[in-house]
Write a protein that binds this ligand. Sequence first.
Ligand code: CTP
Length: 393
Amino acid sequence: MLHGRKILLVVSGSVAAFKALMLVRLLRAEGATVRAVLTAGGARFVTKEALAAITGEHVSDDLWAAEAEIGHIRLARWAEAVVVAPASASRLAQMAQGLAEDLAGCVLLATRAPVLAAPAMNPAMWAHPATAANVALLAGRGIRFVGPGEGPMAEPESGPGRLSEPEEMLEAIRALFAEGPLKGRHVLVTAGPTREPIDPVRYISNHSSGKQGYAIAAALAAQGARVTLVSGPTSLAAPPGVTLKPVESAREMLAACEAALPADAAIFAAAVADWRVAQEASQKLKKEPGAGAPTLAMALNPDILATISTHTARPKLVVGFAAETERVIENAQKKLARKGCDWIVANDVSGDVFGGGDNTVHLVSAAGVEDWPRMPKEEVAARLAARVAEYFQ
Ligand code: CTP
């Protein structure tokens, strides 16, 4: 798939920069041509010589020298994809600001090719609101992300921040080139449960595993779509090439969905909590001797599907899920009308669905009802993605 592709790799400053060398190996093994731009920070961790040897190409690291040689515009035009790996916190901030102070900054501004960023930084830096805001801004502009993952890091700290493995980055680069009927389309997908806080240590949630939503996101990406996956807490990794926006509460999920618009289609597979605790306690609730159990007053959560269905930037195709245990079709048809969406995937949850591998669904729309046989969630996802692709043809 990558044979003959021209990939520009921007290596910025991170102790994980050695993985960029391994990525080059994998890309070249697939027949891609890789040129590298080394930032000043990147040069602290890998040498220009190592990158040149492994890419088999001249490595650019100086804006002014590059002007004399090929120029940043030519380099930007040459690339069919630009991969920033590792993308340091500082590089993401520079990209968000559109700073063109070095060769990498100029190329990233000048390119019209798809850009993939593989963040790598300390977990606290990744969690910082400034980084989160930069990532949200970049994702909104269509920059794709892979990772970061969790796992052993240079510092004895844990949490997300670790550069994705070379194989994961390769998968995400393949996804950039994914040809398919949904190429050029942006699809928003929600998945997983939401968590509604009671106090700083307790929450209300549900058993949603997120499997169905993640499988849908992966299937849409495989059809060539750019996918934003807004997900509540799950144990699943973002599918390759899919931009994951992790959220916790329903209100956060709604805000992330609105921030992800415009989209051509939106598929709401999340099991959103219908209610939240009206007043989240700022301190942990304590057992007072003799006081008995507390009563939690609840408030209604926003309906994300209904809100996006009537949004001024409503996606052309809006798909909801309906978890039903009885009168599946009848209830789904009512839900279709009530929520203002185009299709409902009616999910028969009378069996063991949550966390299981299979699903029995019916596709309900104004045009009628299609009964799909019981099948693995990946197959439900592939069929649904194929139907979305048909819709846009
Ligand atoms: N949904 C949502 N926001 C909510 C609640 C639900 O976006 N606050 C979406 C879900 O992602 C799903 C659909 O709406 O696509 C499910 O609707 P819901 O009214 O929650 O129905 P069920 O859970 O299926 O069942 P019930 O009507 O019994 O609550």
